[in-house]
Design a protein around this ligand. Structure first.
Ligand code: FAD
Ligand code: UDP
Length: 366
């Protein structure tokens, strides 16, 4: 007889949501994670009393009231609104692209002037049907902003020419003709007071969790523990890379405690959009929770090409990888015991609210 109804591989947001709902419905769950902590990529760790986003800046945002109420049922969220600042060779610009940015770039003060300027640059570039990120960006906000705030940052972040990247990546960012620095358009936004680890801890309350436990260290044994498996790891690894490796972009962080510095950069996120600065951005973690501690903690984020063995961060949704994923997905659909979900198992550029929505959907079908 199985000891559990469900074995959940991965204590990230997807695995935690699924196991929370299943447990509420009387199912016996075991959650395992190969890392020494819960939370997957949203894990926060307290350093000098500051919640440090160990795997990169995380801001929760959604239009889905149900998802917002779901996360707020575990922990209170603050009113943090993401408004990154871009630093290009020492000059600062507001993001996303809005009237403040247009004023800083061109000295213009009205939406009409801004629209005229962008239209003129778009016409000069002669792009009718944008085929890649560069063309898409120039037709959205013109050449000056593209060359100052987008091209070099994007090429640093993705390690590829902007002309070789899909247009959809840049469409994630709003373009506004109002003085509004909110990076997102969603109705609900914030950061859990006390950090994301607190959120996950609450979700996993009363559920058996084994850390430092890799599913692949004894796959047969783990499969035998439960009737069903929910797998949130890399899909290609599950099938022994039988069709080859899916690719990712990876990031690394240089984290420093600045003793005696109360406020290093005045904002949680500052992007460095020039090519000479090797990091893409600096995160000052205390600002996510309006911290007033006497010290501060900053992380410089570097973007790197992924190689097998590195931590996978961003799926590279280009044609080659999408085709490869389809082959793995077909194998996954043939599995009767194992359900695949989350950023790695679905090879999707999911934000947190989308991960939760997908996990809630899955539990409905279960
Ligand atoms: P993960 O968090 O990756 O969890 C998967 C877990 O499975 C991991 O803990 C892993 O250790 C475990 N695992 C894998 N294989 C095994 C195995 N063999 N055995 C045991 N355990 C295993 N989203 C937002 O909404 N807002 C943001 O601002 C935002 N910023 C981001 C910034 C960065 C740099 C990145 C990379 C992502 C960001 N995201 C953001 C997205 C967010 O991190 C993800 O949507 C979310 O963390 C995905 O959760 P998950 O459970 O699917 O995956
Ligand atoms: N981007 C840019 N300059 C910036 C911020 C973003 O060119 O200062 C581009 C970059 O190509 C990035 C895309 O916009 O990949 C989407 O930005 P977002 O902040 O959503 O990226 P994330 O790091 O969250 O994936």
């Amino acid at each position: 007889m199985n000891m559990y109804d469900y074995l959940i591989v991965g204590a990230g947001l997807f695995g935690s949501t699924v196991s929370h709902i299943l447990t509420q419905h009387g199912k016996r769950c075991l959650v395992i994670d190969k890392r020494p902590h819960i939370g997957g990529n949203i894990y926060t760790e307290s350093i000098n009393d500051i919640n440090v986003h160990k795997y990169g800046a995380h801001i929760f945002h959604t239009n889905d009231k149900h998802v917002w109420e779901y996360v707020n049922s575990f922990v209170e969220f603050n009113r943090y609104t993401n408004s990154p600042v871009a630093n290009y060779k020492g000059k600062l610009y507001n993001l996303p692209f809005n009237m403040n940015t247009f004023y800083q770039m061109w000295g213009i003060t009205t939406p009409e002037e801004a629209m005229r300027k962008i239209e003129q640059q778009r016409k000069e570039a002669g792009i009718v049907d944008p085929q890649n990120l560069e063309e898409q960006a120039i037709s959205l906000i013109g050449r000056d902003i593209y060359y100052t705030l987008i091209k070099e940052y994007t090429e640093k972040q993705w390690g590829r020419k902007a002309t070789e990247l899909p247009a959809f990546i840049i469409k994630r960012l709003p373009v506004r003709f109002t003085f509004d620095n909110n990076y997102f358009n969603d109705t609900y936004q914030g950061v859990p007071i006390g950090g994301y680890t607190k959120l996950i801890k609450e979700m996993l309350k009363g559920i058996e969790v084994q850390l430092n436990t890799d599913y692949f260290s004894d796959r047969k044994y783990f499969d035998s523990t439960a009737e069903k498996v929910v797998y949130t790891g890399e899909i290609d690894k599950f099938f022994n890379y039988c069709y080859g490796h899916l690719e990712y972009r990876t990031v690394s962080f240089e984290t420093e405690v600045l003793k005696g510095t109360e406020n290093y950069q005045g904002n949680a996120v500052v992007n460095y959009t020039d090519a000479e600065t090797l990091y893409t951005r600096i995160i000052e973690h205390k600002h996510f929770e309006f911290g007033t501690q006497p010290d501060t903690v900053i992380s410089k984020e570097y973007s790197k090409e992924w190689k097998p063995g590195d931590e996978p961060y961003y799926p590279v949704n280009d044609d080659r990888n999408c085709a490869l994923y389809k082959l793995y997905k077909k194998l996954a659909d043939e599995q009767s015991k194992v359900i695949f979900g989350g950023r790695l198992a679905e090879y999707k550029y999911y934000d947190m609210h989308q991960v939760i929505a997908s996990a809630l959907n899955l539990t409905k079908t279960i």
